[in-house]
Design a binder for this molecule. Structure first.
Ligand SMILES: [Zn+2]
Length: 67
């Protein structure tokens, strides 16, 4: 499990590897938080029901919930 201090993007839900970034490298949003829960790795978005529900089109690691 990832450490709680990792950051996640509120807009695209992606969990970021860079702990100090202020913008999301994926969507460019500055809405980043360390207050998130749930962790999911999407490998094949086209074949994943979860990815469809979450609106994810790219493989990556995502937070299930951000606040
Ligand atoms: Zn983003």
């Amino acid at each position: 499990m990832p450490a709680k201090k990792r950051l996640a993007c509120r807009d695209c839900l992606r969990v970021l590897n860079d702990k100090k970034t202020e913008t999301c490298p994926s969507c460019g949003s500055a809405s980043i938080t360390d207050d998130w829960s749930g962790y999911i790795v999407i490998i094949h978005p086209q074949q994943s029901d979860v990815a469809k529900i979450m609106g994810i089109n790219e493989p990556g690691q995502y937070a299930l919930k951000v606040r």
